[in-house]
Design a protein around this ligand. Structure first.
Ligand code: NAP
Length: 252
């Protein structure tokens, strides 16, 4: 695995005809990632569990965005999306939920199941479903939208690098699910080899539906630039690492 601490500032141009799928692409960071990939000339599929929301998002993009119904927790929905999308070069596993939860003293198993079902099992199932298509690509890329709140290094630091507002009340379900996403990212990268670029993104605290009700967070478009950078990594780019939205390496 290549050990670099910062991604190059210049984002390489995608191969002509590159195709991307952004799960949960109908809102927030996923929507902005879809928009920026379209700007780079990539053909983009917006995966939306609610087809109507996906269609509204595509209309808002006012472009050639394609829409596919995709509930990452539903195996039949994933299988149908794999059929519909066909060839794929870039998979952005962005769909995520935060059921809100306490620390270990108050978190329910149900809250943990909800978080893991989408954030971890859904991400794995979608990756497995699209793997044959990605293996046919000359430049396969997988971006797992994780969270700095899942970084064990930052969590165990006296001065965590993330905003404590997001983890108010402990957030055991969400944060540990993102720690699992980080582990899955590393092991996936190791399994798939250097031709694949498989990386995780720590997008920073963003004003999206995920943290509705909080009066904090930056522009999701800023986080999307980080996702696009990882989606369009050059062939000599890194694999198997966690990156902050600004292209600096983050600790697991
Ligand atoms: N916002 C932040 O501060 C922050 C910080 C760190 C990491 N993140 C991560 O960033 C990613 C995007 O979140 P966001 O902040 O942009 O929030 P968001 O606007 O709520 O976007 C989440 C997206 O995931 C979709 N989704 C949820 N469950 C799904 C399922 N079962 N199948 C398919 N799609 C599903 C949502 O669909 P619906 O519209 O139908 O609900 C929505 O499109 C998440 O993985 C999140 O954990 C966010």
């Amino acid at each position: 695995m290549q050990q670099i601490d910062r991604l190059p500032a210049k984002i390489p141009s995608p191969e002509t005809g590159s195709v991307a799928l952004v799960t949960g692409g109908n809102s927030g960071i996923g929507f902005d990632t879809a928009r920026l990939l379209l700007d780079h000339g990539v053909t983009v599929w917006i995966g939306a569990r609610d087809l109507g929301k996906g269609q509204r998002a595509a209309k808002e993009l006012g472009s050639t965005a394609r829409v596919v119904q995709l509930d990452v927790t539903d195996p039949s929905s994933i299988a149908a999306a794999v059929e519909r999308v066909g060839d794929l070069d870039i998979l952005v596993n962005n769909a995520g939920v935060n059921p809100g939860s306490d620390d270990i003293t108050g978190t329910t198993i149900e809250q943990l199941r909800t978080a893991y079902e989408t954030n971890v099992f859904g991400l794995i199932a979608v990756t497995q479903g699209f793997l044959p298509a990605l293996e046919r690509s000359a430049h396969p890329r997988i971006v797992n939208v994780s969270s700095g709140t899942g970084s064990l290094t930052w969590n165990s630091s006296p001065n965590p690098q993330f905003d404590w507002e997001l983890v108010q009340g402990g957030g055991l379900a969400y944060r540990s699910s993102k720690t699992a996403v980080n582990a899955v990212t590393l092991l996936t990268a190791q399994a798939l080899g250097e031709n694949f670029k498989v990386n995780a993104l720590a997008p920073g605290l963003r004003r999206t539906n995920l943290i509705a009700g909080m009066s904090v967070g930056g522009d999701p478009a800023e986080a999307a630039t980080g996702a696009v950078r990882l989606a369009l990594l050059a062939d000599d780019g890194p694999t198997g690492a966690l990156w902050s939205w600004d292209g600096t390496r983050a600790p697991w």
